[in-house]
Each structure stands twice: as C-alpha cells, then as structure tokens.
Design a protein around this ligand. Structure first.
Ligand code: FES
Length: 517
C-alpha cells in the first residue's frame, strides 16, 4: 500500500490489494447466469451459483472491485442504519425481525466463507456501540433500545454511564457479535474462489445494454454480447432500469478519513452516534509502508450527491470532530468518499427487476453495503434456482412503500428541482476563471458545458447534460469528478462514466487551450 495522501481525497485505506487477473471479452459467449458488477453483491451471487453447478460470467466495467467496495468502511453489522424503530414503522415487527436476521446471516456467511476459502481478510468479531451525540439524543437511544427488545434482538444491552470511549457519550447501546474486515482482501479472495470454481471474470467489459425480450442478451461497449438465461445487475445502482427504481432511492456522498493512532489507544469496535448525518468509527491495523500501523477510521458529513460543493470543508469538519473526541489521533493518512444509495424505506432492493422475470437487481444499500451485498448474493442465488427464501418479499424491488410516502415525495421534489439547473447561469462567467486542475459548468447560449482545465492548461469540454435523464452535472472539486444531482451518475474529469445509472459518457466537445487568467 502507498499511504501518501492525495490532495484529491481518493486514497482509501483498502486500495492497493492485488486482485486476480481477469480476462478481456473478445468474443460473444453464452452462460446460464450473467452478472454485471464485481463488488460484494456480484461476486457473492457468482460464488453461490457456481457452488450449485451453474455456469456464470461476471462483467466488470473497469477493474475487479473498482466500484464502491474500496470506498466503504466495512462495518459488518445487524444494527440497522436507518434505526430499528424506523424499520419497524416501515416494515412491521416481523419485517424488522427478518431484516436483523438477514444481516446476522450475512455476517455469518462472510465469516464461514473466509474460513472455508482461506481468505486472510482480517475478519474479526467486535462489539458495536450506538451512543448519543452531544446535542441530547437520549430519546433516540431509548427508542432503539425498546425497538431491539420488541424484535427479540438478544445481543444488545443498554448503559446509562461508563462511556465505552475516552469521552463522555451519555447513554449508549452495546451490540455484541458485530464484525469488521478488510473489504478488498475479502473481495480478492472471493474473486479467486469464483475463478477456481469455474466462473469467468471479464474486466473492461462496460455494459451498454441489457435486453430481456425475447431472450436475455447483454451488450458491451466493445460490441460483444453475452447470451444468458438470467442476468443479475449488481452495479450499485441499476444500469438497466431507467426510471422505476431511481424514484425509490437517492444517492448520497459520504466522507471518510483515516488517522494514525497507537495500537490499543482506541478499543477495536464499531461506533456510531445519533447525529444526522451520523458519524461512524472503527479501528483497523495493517501493514502500511512496510510497518504495522493502526488507523482510526472516521466517516460522516453526508450530503446528496452533486448538491454540495464544499467537500474540503466537510473533510475539515470530520477531522475536527475526530480530534475533539480522539485526541490520540495523529496524522491523517487516508481520505476518501463513497456513494450510498438510500432507499426510501431503509432496506435494499434485491430481487426481480420490476416488470422482468429473469432480470435481477441488487441496489439501495442504505449504508449497509457489505451486508446488503452479501444478502443479495444469498437471496438472488435462491431466486435464480427457484428455492424459497424468507427474505424475498422483504427485499422485493417491487414492494409497495406506502409508509415511506413522505420520503418518496421529498426525494421526488428534490430531483424535480434539479432540472432548474437548465435555467441558471454557469458556475463562472468565463472559461478563463477555471483554475488549473479545476472544473466548472459554463453556459453557452442554450447549452451547458462541463469544462475541466488540466495541469497543462488545456480545457477539456463536454456537454454537462447527464445521459441518463438529462439533469445538469456538477463539479466535485475534492474527488475531481462530475456528479449528477438527480440519481447519482458520476463521470471522471474528462466525462467518462464511472457510476450508473448512466451507461454512456458525457458527450465530448473539442478541447481548447486558453490559459487561466
Ligand atoms: Fe439520472 Fe443523471 S443520473 S439524470
């Protein structure tokens, strides 16, 4: 690993792990199941299907595990991110009970598989602590305590004093048998196991089209085609579903820093507070720059993707929150940001794509990507093999969400408001105002242009219109990307698509060379 901190805040603690060599899709092929996406959901599904004797092809747009997996903090928890009391309100007691059970089963499956496949992924069982934030949220703790008792969660205890940390936390809940791991070491081992079981992994196989009728065929940018009986779209946010699912979830950007600490100075555990957005903390020890180091990982400061331009301020706020509570934190070695797809009712969408019979999706991680991704692998493989699953209706992408109507309306209005960007002026008056290694949206008559100036002063220009549903992208100065404020598509500085739901790049315009003023 190379921990030198990038000014672009894209240096995750988990990057740098060797992944198995995948292949290039040079010819058309056929398989029983085609899986799009090589993250936790895609590879867990592949592994389970291969174990059951199915033939599997995995298509990855870039390199193996280049999506959201390296950008997580890899909390493995059955403590619901949205809050268990909210999950009971939205899904009933039985639904909440099944949700907790499914996340518990996911952690157990990861533990078993890491052992069975000899994956050295630093898996550890740890406790999890939910503590009241400083602005007085004891009632939140009480509500979660009562909710846990209602659904029979037996691994939780409530404390009113004796902080688990070096600063006063007020009342808190302790959940035993949570876990943590190194997500990329795990993913690498899982990819190796998939290959050993006969799975065919292809990288740089960017999918541009998924056709379900009359037969399933998946087309890639290089003109190749995969015919399959079933297809699983495990791309964080679905690239095949243009509208329906994107009205039921919203993209949020979350920020993370990793600071060096002395071994043992913060107990190894998962920590969350009750602020909105909340902070999440864990500890990881690893070999960094050739020596064993311990890193305190702190995340939070979430906002809707493409709707805030103050990434630097958010990193600074995170660091200040950390230093106030963890004075033992030394230099910040890592900083990165990830995208969370928040479903309107707090649970992922895993199952048949609405309207299709043999097309399956896994999305709406809701801040629990590692466990929801694993649940996707367990559930989707059962569905594809026509096995019953107790979780099928809970996670059904077509489920009604009447009790989440308020969130649905608020998110829909928020998306509608983003189309107002067509009418506004540009971020800057002229391209001359764009600094080196900076970007801005310019107005040119009726058009909006996404302009980035490289280190040589060359201005690279694309249409600022997102190819998904035509919102105007926004410049993300801390990640150096173009982010769509509507459904979370992201593009690199030159307009090349990084994340769906868009499947194509921003339309390029000719580059020009005016120097910045
Ligand atoms: Fe939907 Fe951009 S992601 S319009």
């Amino acid at each position: 690993m190379n921990p030198s901190l990038s000014s672009e805040h894209t240096h995750s603690l988990w990057m740098g792990v060797d992944m198995p060599t995948a292949h290039t899709l040079n010819e058309d092929t056929a398989t029983e199941v085609c899986i799009i996406g090589s993250g936790i959901a895609g590879l867990t599904t592949a592994y389970r299907l291969l174990e059951a004797g199915k033939s599997v092809v995995v298509l990855e747009s870039r390199t193996l595990g280049s999506g959201m997996t390296p950008l997580t903090t890899a909390h493995l928890s059955n403590v619901m991110d949205r809050g268990l009391s909210a999950i009971i309100r939205l899904h009933g007691e039985q639904g909440a009970r099944l949700a907790v059970q499914s996340h518990t089963a996911a952690i157990e499956w990861i533990e078993r598989t890491a052992t069975a496949e000899s994956i050295a992924c630093d898996f550890e069982r740890v406790d999890g602590y939910l503590f009241a934030s400083s602005n007085g949220s004891e009632s939140h703790i009480e509500a979660e305590w009562q909710a846990a008792r209602r659904v029979g969660q037996t691994t939780v205890a409530r404390y009113d004093s004796a902080s688990p940390l070096a600063f006063p936390t007020g009342p808190y809940l302790r959940f035993t048998r949570q876990a943590q791991f190194h997500p990329m070491k795990y993913l690498s081992g899982l990819a190796r196991a998939v290959e050993e079981k006969g799975g065919r992994l292809f990288t740089n196989a960017h999918v541009t089209e998924v056709n379900a009728n009359p037969h399933i065929s998946v087309k890639t940018r290089n003109g190749r085609q995969v015919a399959a009986n079933s297809v699983v779209v495990a791309t964080n946010t679905p690239i095949n579903n243009t509208v329906t699912l994107h009205t039921k979830q919203a993209p949020y950007t979350t920020y993370v820093i990793g600071a060096r600490i002395s071994a043992g100075s913060v107990p190894k555990a998962l920590y969350w507070d009750t602020e909105d957005p909340y902070h999440y903390v864990r500890v990881h020890a690893d070999t960094i720059n050739g020596r064993e180091q311990t890193v305190l990982i702190v995340g939070g400061e979430d906002h809707k993707t493409g709707q805030a331009e103050d990434g630097e301020r958010r990193y600074a706020a995170l660091e200040s929150w950390m230093r106030e509570r963890f004075p033992m934190a030394k230099d910040v070695l890592f900083s990165w940001a990830g995208q969370v797809m928040e479903s309107i009712d707090g649970l992922a969408y895993i199952g048949r794509n609405p309207g299709d019979s043999n097309v399956y999706v896994a999305t709406g991680d809701s801040g629990m990507g590692m466990t929801h991704g694993t649940i996707a692998g367990l559930l989707l493989s059962d569905l594809i093999m026509n096995r019953p699953s107790p979780w099928a209706s809970l996670y059904d992408p077509s489920r009604p969400s009447i009790k989440a109507a308020g969130t649905f309306l608020a998110e829909s209005l928020n998306v509608a408001a983003q189309y107002g960007d067509w009418l506004t002026s540009g971020d800057v008056a002229s391209a001359h105002d764009i600094p080196v290694d900076g970007g801005a949206v310019l107005r040119d008559g009726l058009h909006k242009i996404a302009a980035y100036r490289d280190s040589d002063g060359v201005l690279h220009q694309c249409s600022a219109v997102c190819p998904h549903l035509s919102c105007i992208v926004a410049w993300n100065g801390s990640q150096k990307t173009w982010d769509c404020p509507c459904h979370g598509s992201r593009f690199d500085r030159f307009g090349k698509v990084l994340n769906g739901p868009a499947t194509s790049d921003l339309s390029p315009l000719p580059a020009s060379n005016p120097s910045p003023s």
